[in-house]
Design a protein around this ligand. Structure first.
Ligand code: PEP
Length: 262
C-alpha cells in the first residue's frame, strides 16, 4: 500500500528565523509515523537552514519553485541543480505560479523534466479555475496539463511522480470554496486514468495522486479516505502547527484502519 503523503505548503510566509521556530514546534508535536510521509515546503531561502535542523526520520523538504535551466545568465533564479541533495521534492505548476507568474503548460513540462534530471521528485499541481469548471472544460484542462507535463517522461519517472489535483476555486487564496470529497473524486480518478492511458497500469497504480484546496484538520479525513487519494497538499492550515499535526494524525489513523481492512 502507498504511504499517505502530507505536504505543508508554506508559500511566501515566515522568514528564516520564524520558519526555524515553527519547525522546532512542529517537530515536538508530530511523532514519527512509518505510514505517513510529511513534506515541508518553506521559502527557497529557508531550505538550507531548515535542512540542518530537520529530523529526517519525520520530515522531507520540497522546493516551492525553481528554474528549468541548470545554470547560466538567468539573474535571480535558482536552479533545480542547485537544489539537488537539499530537497527530495519540488512543487511544480502550482496555480499561484501559473496565474501570478504566467507559467504555461510548456514551462511546467520543462520544470518537471529539470526536476527529474536533478534527482528531485516533482509534485505536479493541476486543476481548473472556476470559469473553466463552469464552462464544462475541467476534463480538457486536466488532460492538457497532465499530458503536456508528463508525456515526455520515462515510465520509471512517472511511477515515482506525485500529481496533486488542486481545483483553483478551492484554494484558499483563490476563493476557497470547500469542495465535497465526492465532488472531486471524479477528477482525481481522471488524473490517474490519464497516467494509465499514457504509461499503462503499473504507472497508474504507482503514481501518487493528492488533493489540495482548503484542506484543514476538520475536512482532511473526507479527502484522505477517498479511494485513490494518496494524501493532501495543505496551504493555509499548514501555517498552524497544531492543525497541521492533526492532519498528519488523521492520515496515520486512516492508514491504520485501511491496513486492518486489507
Ligand atoms: C495550496 O495553495 O496548494 C493550497 C492547497 O492552499 P490552501 O490549503 O490554503 O487552499
Amino acid at each position: 500500500m502507498r504511504k499517505k503523503l502530507i505536504v505543508g505548503n508554506w508559500k511566501m510566509h515566515m522568514n528564516v528565523s520564524q520558519a526555524s521556530l515553527f519547525l522546532h514546534r512542529l517537530q515536538e508535536k508530530v511523532p514519527h509515523y512509518a505510514d505517513v510521509e510529511i513534506v515541508l515546503t518553506p521559502s527557497l531561502l529557508a531550505l538550507q537552514p531548515l535542512s540542518v535542523q530537520l529530523d529526517r526520520r519525520k520530515f522531507r523538504l520540497a522546493a516551492p519553485n525553481a528554474y528549468f535551466k541548470d545554470e547560466g545568465p538567468y539573474m535571480g533564479e535558482v536552479s533545480f541543480t542547485m537544489l539537488r541533495d537539499l530537497v527530495h521534492y519540488a512543487v511544480v505548476g502550482h496555480s499561484e505560479r501559473r496565474i501570478h507568474f504566467g507559467e504555461t503548460d510548456q514551462i511546467v513540462r520543462d520544470k518537471v523534466a529539470a526536476a527529474f534530471r536533478n534527482e528531485i521528485t516533482p509534485i505536479l499541481c493541476v486543476g481548473e479555475t472556476q470559469v473553466e469548471r463552469r464552462a464544462g472544460e475541467t476534463k480538457q484542462v486536466i488532460h492538457d496539463q497532465v499530458t503536456t507535463a508528463i508525456s515526455h517522461l520515462t515510465t520509471k519517472e512517472v511511477e515515482s511522480l506525485v500529481i496533486a489535483y488542486e481545483p483553483v476555486w478551492a484554494i484558499s487564496t483563490f476563493g476557497g470554496i470547500v469542495a465535497k470529497p465526492d465532488d472531486v473524486k471524479k477528477e482525481m480518478d481522471f488524473v490517474r486514468h490519464q497516467v494509465h492511458e499514457l504509461f499503462g497500469p503499473k504507472a497508474a497504480k504507482e503514481v501518487r495522486v493528492l488533493y489540495g484546496g482548503s484542506v484543514d484538520d476538520h475536512t482532511a479525513a473526507g479527502y484522505l479516505s477517498l479511494e485513490g487519494c494518496d494524501g493532501a497538499i495543505v496551504g493555509g492550515a499548514s501555517l498552524n502547527y497544531e492543525k497541521f499535526a492533526k492532519i498528519v494524525e488523521v492520515a496515520h489513523q486512516l492508514h491504520g484502519s485501511e491496513s486492518e481492512n486489507t
